[in-house]
Design a protein. Structure first.
Length: 254
């Protein structure tokens, strides 16, 4: 990056607090090391993620955990304040997500995959895809307070893995490419560990008490595919008129 040149920017936006950490924090950390400006966004504040606390209370806890994780990376954090299990594709949602993309002004967007185990993830994927398209259209008004200006172009868009890399039927969803995150995996785990309330929720609701271990196993599985310790997988959205060159891969191989 030349002296005086603006830092390139990446936005990672997923449904809930901890989704970004699970699926792409290692890649974000590598970009941060290369001088990229990083923004992490969650669609919701995790308001359904507790059996003990009410929605407002757990949302406050989980926003703070997400901010703590982002701070470890030196990233900005924003929550779009959708509600858990209530993310739907409508014009209000499109406007809200488009405004978030315009505010982040990303060169690269990382988001949820089109097919995943729950609706919030899939609706996020579709809304972010639409927002990347809409963000550069001058006459598309978001209706938000003090709106950000349109982008100059459509950002490069990438989908992270679905949970455990499979579709509804348990069949593998092959990635397009895998990023080596061996050097940043420790930071990824530290960021994930910030989400203490999610660990408690998964233990109660799903009988899962291996929050960090399951992330390590999956990262190791993806890493093994390219002969490294840990990896994160991506598929690029190349439909018309999205960019076709692989900016993410190019940036990490520089």
């Amino acid at each position: 990056m030349a002296h005086g040149e603006a830092a390139p920017r990446v936005l990672a936006i997923h449904a809930h607090p901890d989704d970004v950490e699970f699926q792409c924090a290692g890649t974000l950390a590598r970009l941060k090391q290369l001088g990229w400006h990083v923004t992490i966004a969650t669609m919701t504040a995790g308001d359904c993620g507790s059996a003990e606390l009410g929605p407002l209370e757990i949302a406050r806890v989980r926003r703070a955990e997400a901010k703590k994780a982002a701070d470890l990376l030196g990233a900005d954090y924003m929550c779009l304040e959708f509600l858990d299990l209530s993310i739907i594709i409508d014009n209000e949602g499109r406007r809200k997500v488009t405004e978030a993309v315009r505010r982040a002004r990303p060169d690269i967007v990382l988001t949820a995959p089109p097919v995943d185990y729950m609706s919030d993830h899939e609706m996020t994927s579709r809304l972010v895809r639409d927002a990347c398209f809409n963000a550069s259209i001058p006459n598309y008004a978001t209706g938000q307070w003090n709106p950000a200006p349109p982008l100059s172009k459509i950002p490069h868009l990438y989908y992270v893995d679905p949970l455990e890399g499979v579709d509804y039927f348990g069949k593998p969803v092959p990635p397009e490419f895998i990023v080596d995150i061996s050097s940043t995996f420790e930071l990824k785990q530290q960021m994930l560990a910030c989400h203490e309330s999610q660990r408690g929720w998964l233990l109660r609701q799903h009988g899962i008490d291996e929050y960090l271990a399951s992330c390590e196993r999956w990262s190791a599985s993806r890493g093994k595919e390219i002969g490294v310790a840990y990896g994160e997988a991506f598929v690029q959205h190349r439909g018309h008129p999205y960019p076709h060159d692989n900016l993410l891969r190019e940036a990490l191989s520089a």
